[in-house]
Design a protein around this ligand. Structure first.
Ligand code: GUN
Length: 303
């Protein structure tokens, strides 16, 4: 069997088109231009390039982008001060503080300081709790992107065995909650999981979010399963040029899976598209307007 390749780039472009249409209607009918503030502390090269593409796509979809670059020595109090100003600024509808932060700043304190109504990353304890409780929430962008990709292959995830490898607050945990909201049967595997390959082989839907290059091998995958690869790992073969690979050994897994998302060109472009969608949703909610769903799972659809 040769897997269908899930075209994250194309699916993300479609979603950005829907976001741009919604932005156009908001400006035309209500005079609202959604604004996204991105805060970058220090100059981590990976964060810089990620932030640059976020800003480009924000402006490309008709929204305002506010760029806040702070030196790596910035204190926690200074960053909290900026967040308080952004929380109070009516032209800012979404706030994203790029992680990781320098060691002198406690990320939990910063995340908790962002107004939950503007928390387009969906990382705040309020939004994480709302997601767990099945209440409407701004949900983290990468996990939402994973669900949207899986649903292009399997429109209903109800009753499917889903295995998530990785239990981070950014991906693994919220992804498990979103899968539960879709009525999947969910296992979260992690570094202490025993018989990991056997656990993964049960999955109809396998999500790899561990940051270990090509860890998921062909014999970990049930024939016909949908495999979504969240990993972004730079590897440099001896004497060769560096390249980006996922957490899944793509070529060999593609021989057994039913569908697989590539790296690059899978989950990555979806994350930014979902961030733009969250910013529009936040702008609508802050104005008391009905939010466009952009394919996100409904809240409270569980038994
Ligand atoms: N660093 C890596 N991924 C992310 C993300 O999705 N949001 C933020 N704020 N920082 C990140």
């Amino acid at each position: 069997m040769t897997a269908k390749i899930i075209d994250g780039k194309g699916i993300a472009a479609d979603l950005r088109g829907k976001v741009a249409d919604a932005v156009h209607r908001l400006a035309r009918d209500r005079g609202i231009v959604p604004g996204l503030a991105v805060v970058l502390v220090g100059n981590n090269p990976a964060s810089e390039s990620y932030v640059a593409s976020k800003m480009k796509m924000t402006v490309g979809s008709g929204m305002r982008s506010f760029d806040h670059r702070l030196p790596k020595e910035t204190s926690e109090a200074e960053l909290l001060g900026l967040i308080a100003r952004l929380n109070a600024d009516p032209s800012v509808h979404g706030i994203l503080v790029q992680l990781p932060l320098p060691a002198q700043i406690d990320p939990h304190k910063i995340i908790a300081a962002v107004d939950p109504a503007k928390d387009v990353d969906g990382f705040s304890p309020v939004n994480a709790g709302r997601l767990c409780a099945g209440l409407p929430a701004l949900a983290p962008c990468t996990p939402v992107g994973c669900i949207l990709l899986a649903k292009t292959v399997q429109p209903s995830l109800a009753g499917l065995e889903a295995v998530v490898i990785g239990r981070s607050n950014i991906v693994g945990k919220p992804l498990a909650q979103l899968l539960l909201a879709e009525n999947a049967t969910v296992t979260v595997a992690h570094s202490k999981t025993r018989e990991l390959a056997a656990v993964c082989r049960r999955a109809d839907l396998l999500f790899a979010a561990v940051g270990r290059p090509e860890m998921v091998r062909r014999d970990w995958v049930k024939p016909g399963a949908t495999v979504i690869d969240v990993g972004v790992n730079r590897v440099t073969p001896a004497g060769g040029r560096s390249r980006i690979v996922g957490d899944v050994a793509f070529a060999e897994v593609a021989e057994v899976a039913g569908a697989i998302s590539p790296v690059p060109g899978g989950v990555g472009p979806m994350t930014i598209a979902c961030l733009l969608a969250n910013t529009v949703r936040a702008a609508c909610a802050l104005a008391g307007l009905r939010e466009p769903a952009f394919g996100q799972p409904p809240a409270e659809d569980r038994e």
